[in-house]
Design a protein around this ligand. Structure first.
Ligand SMILES: *[C@@H]1O[C@H](CO)[C@@H](O)[C@H](O)[C@H]1NC(C)=O
Ligand SMILES: *[C@@H]1O[C@H](CO)[C@@H](O)[C@H](O)[C@H]1NC(C)=O
Ligand SMILES: *[C@@H]1O[C@H](CO)[C@@H](O)[C@H](O)[C@H]1NC(C)=O
Length: 454
């Protein structure tokens, strides 16, 4: 236990005695709990010096700004072929992209936390892994901007469902594999639930989504740990530039006013409400005003990041769903993200060890104890986490995979791991001479829509 249980921040900034008292108790409780926990339980937290963790230092993944994806299970180089469906090729696809009357533009859908639905499509169109030949494609990408289209009133839930079914029934290759080699992006907390009948039709497909859980609102989660891929959220382009000044630059640790912050709307969520209360109790250490979508309590884009950078730790509590964009934004203002969302799933878990760059704290223990713990972490350790995060954050940036390191590069490596040699479904059959046929014994190259769907 390296650090002393006495608070630095609280000694200098806190003038209210009850604050000090509450915090001292919290810190004491924290250390006593750890003392009791550590020797007794086998699943206690391992320190970063634990050899098993050091051995697979995920920071090696990015050295000198270049992505070195580990070979194991992924192949030695990125060589896959993806076919991207053309909007004019399938009746209905245009509606999934631009709404029922085609009036919603891709540019309008590019910004904000759901912009990944557009960005991934646009990056794939320019990608070196794109093939124009369906016969040689290993994977198929079905473009759709439905999250944005729905938000802008371009399609309602019923229309989205019907349009997806109509589109899929025109795709022989989707039928050949029952959708197993087809890729869909669902960029919001709702995940694939945006398409009401996803469980019938996209049940086997590869879903790219930032969301690992939506069990508070639905009986089943649309995310499958083995089949689907978690993608990073879409951080504001002004903050993710590789060169040139960003919208807001990080502050030196010593210049930051707060120990921690949470800048978001409470949305009536328990964890968030607790943080707002905690901020009232410890106003000098935790910045957490209740933000609004509009009006005087709305922060502008620059203002938001100026607040975010003013703390050592950025708290990322669960909101409507388990993923939160704040986790990714933290890396660009260089605060240490503290995840307070128990069900969260993070991208590239096969290769990134998140204990090096972030903290995950039980959402059931949000209170003075949390602030006490954060305050006990020495600045050198915080600097270390920030420095490692600075190396890895290129993995959250949506630029071409031809850049040295990018979210797109990471996603393509994960996709490469999913390539199948063989394609089959309940509606696929094959004969002695390797001819693939459907139930009516029609050869695959002659299959004509509408297709029976899985
Ligand atoms: C989605 O559309 C299909 C085809 O029109 C229909 O069979 C299905 O019941 C719809 N699902 C929902 C949940 O409405
Ligand atoms: C996925 O589809 C299979 C086969 O149609 C079905 O048995 C299974 O229940 C579906 N899974 C979900 C989550 O709906
Ligand atoms: C394979 O066998 C089937 C059934 O005998 C036949 O109809 C088909 O033409 C054959 N395919 C090829 C490529 O020879």
């Amino acid at each position: 236990m390296a650090s002393h249980p006495k608070s630095r921040v609280f000694q200098t900034q806190c003038n209210r005695t009850h604050q000090l008292g509450a915090l001292a108790i919290a810190i004491l409780t924290f250390f006593i709990t750890r003392l009791i926990d550590n020797p007794l339980t086998s699943c206690s937290l391992r320190s970063p010096t634990d050899p098993t963790l050091s051995e697979r230092n995920s920071i090696d993944l990015v050295s000198n700004g270049r992505l070195n994806w580990p070979e194991h299970g992924y192949g030695s180089s990125l060589s896959l072929r993806i076919y991207v469906y053309e909007e004019r090729e399938i009746d209905g696809l245009k509606n999934l992209l631009y709404g029922r009357d085609g009036s919603i533009t891709a540019n309008a859908c590019l910004k904000g936390q759901w912009g990944t639905q557009v960005k991934i499509h646009q990056l794939l169109l320019k990608s070196s892994v794109r093939t124009m030949n369906k016969n040689e494609a290993q994977l198929f990408f079905v473009p759709s901007y439905v999250k944005c289209v729905r938000m802008m009133g371009g399609l309602n839930d019923k229309e989205i469902n019907q349009t997806y079914v109509k589109v899929l029934s025109q795709m022989p290759y989707f039928c050949r594999s029952g959708g197993r080699d087809h890729i869909f992006v669902f960029p919001s907390g709702a995940g694939a639930h945006l398409f009401r009948s996803w469980a019938t039709y996209l049940n086997r497909s590869i879903i790219l989504t930032p969301e690992g859980d939506r069990t508070d609102k639905r009986d089943i989660s649309a995310f499958n740990t083995w089949k689907d891929i978690i993608i990073p959220g879409n951080v504001d382009d002004g903050m993710t530039k590789f060169s040139g000044p960003t919208l807001v630059e990080p502050l030196p640790l010593s210049k930051r006013k707060y120990l921690a912050n949470f800048l978001g709307r409470a949305q009536g969520k328990a964890g968030r409400l607790l943080l707002l209360e905690l901020a009232k109790q410890f106003p000098n250490n935790l910045e957490s005003p209740e933000l609004q979508l509009s009006g005087p309590n709305k922060l502008g884009r620059t203002e938001y990041f100026e607040h975010l950078r003013n703390a050592k730790f950025c708290l990322a509590p669960r909101g409507e769903s388990s993923w939160t964009l704040r986790f990714y934004e933290a890396f660009f203002v260089e605060c240490v993200p503290v995840i307070l969302s128990d069900q969260v799933e993070l991208p590239f878990q096969n290769v990134v060890d998140y204990t090096w760059i972030s903290i995950k704290w039980p959402s059931t223990r949000i209170g003075p104890e949390l602030l006490g713990y954060l305050d006990s972490i020495p600045d050198e350790e915080i600097e270390g986490m920030i420095a490692r995060g600075r190396q890895l954050r290129c993995l959250w940036v949506y630029v071409s995979e031809s850049e040295r390191c990018s979210a797109m590069g990471g996603i393509l490596w994960e996709l490469q791991r999913k390539v199948r040699l063989f394609h089959q479904s309940t509606e696929t059959f094959w004969l002695h001479n390797r001819t693939v046929v459907n139930r009516a014994l029609v050869r695959f190259d002659n299959w004509i829509p509408p297709m029976p769907l899985p």
